[in-house]
Design a protein around this ligand. Structure first.
Ligand code: NAP
Length: 247
């Protein structure tokens, strides 16, 4: 077990990539507080997996874009898990459109949910981690934050911002033995990617050298590695898990 007795927060854990991370952490002996925006039923179901793995799995409804809710979640985790070793900033949304058609609100909402959220959680989690001189922060970026994508300036800007935040925080926190890394997924089969038209999916798949979509578990495997002692000498890096899309 790579994460035995560790304690983690995973934002956006009710579905997709976040859920796969929560389950992989639990399988590896780590207790988890996960957040979600609306999926109360899915969250309850995931909490029910706790007994199977012999760890705590606790869901909390908390909007990641709100500073006060991040503070509340970190406090909840510290009280219920007894400390915090790992933070995964995974919550994210898309509101795609061409620049000329994109509303100011859709730009602002995506930046708040995908980028400001990472600042919110990083600030409160680091406070707990610096005192114990140990921590792992893993931010879920995206391949498009590296290579760009038409129709997604809000999303791409948020993910490029996450990459910059990751590198700066890694430099800032290194002296406290807190590692900060990002994972940049490519085309992964989840509800988020399912919103695309068949034509859009085909266009993306044609850019994937491995010629297939990834699974949420492919991302979880890399996140667990970055959360574990196997990655102690890695910080400030962006690891692409994208079938070779960005190289
Ligand atoms: P998803 O299936 O749409 O799931 C999103 C998760 O985030 C859900 O648990 C959702 O909660 C939660 N969430 C959304 N907004 C939130 C908020 N404001 N506060 C708290 N939780 C919130 O998405 P996914 O595909 O798993 O994506 C996970 C991460 O990977 C995102 O950061 C995404 O940008 C990134 N990513 C995905 C892909 C891909 O191809 N799928 C590629 C690159 C990067 P509810 O269930 O309550 O709505």
């Amino acid at each position: 077990m790579l994460l035995k007795d560790k304690r983690a927060i995973v934002t956006g854990g009710s579905r997709g990539i976040g859920k796969a991370i929560v389950l992989d952490f639990a399988k590896n002996g780590c207790s988890v507080v996960f957040t979600y925006a609306n999926s109360v039923e899915a969250a309850k179901e995931l909490e029910g997996e706790s007994e199977k793995y012999g760890v705590k799995i606790l869901g909390i409804k908390a909007d990641a874009s709100l500073f006060s809710e991040a503070e509340k979640t970190v406090k909840f985790a510290l009280e219920n898990l007894g400390g915090l070793d790992i933070l995964v900033n995974n919550a994210g949304i898309t509101k795609d459109n061409l620049v000329l058609r994109m509303s100011e609100d859709d730009f602002d909402k995506v930046i708040a949910a995908n980028l400001k959220s990472v600042f919110n959680y990083t600030k409160f989690a680091f406070k707990a981690m610096m005192a114990q001189r140990y921590g792992k922060i893993i931010n879920i970026a995206s391949v498009v934050g590296i290579i760009g994508n038409p129709g997604q300036v809000n999303y791409v800007a948020s993910k490029a911002g996450v990459i910059g935040l990751t590198k700066s925080a890694a430099k800032e926190f290194a002296a406290r033995n807190v590692n900060v890394n990002a994972v940049a997924p490519g085309f992964i089969a989840t509800d988020m990617s399912d919103k695309m038209t068949d034509q859009q999916k085909e266009a993306i798949l044609s850019q994937v050298p491995l010629k297939k979509a990834g699974a949420a578990e492919d991302i979880a495997n890399t996140v667990t590695f970055l959360a574990s002692g196997l990655s102690d000498y890695i910080t400030g890096q962006v690891i692409s898990v994208d079938g070779g899309m960005a190289m």
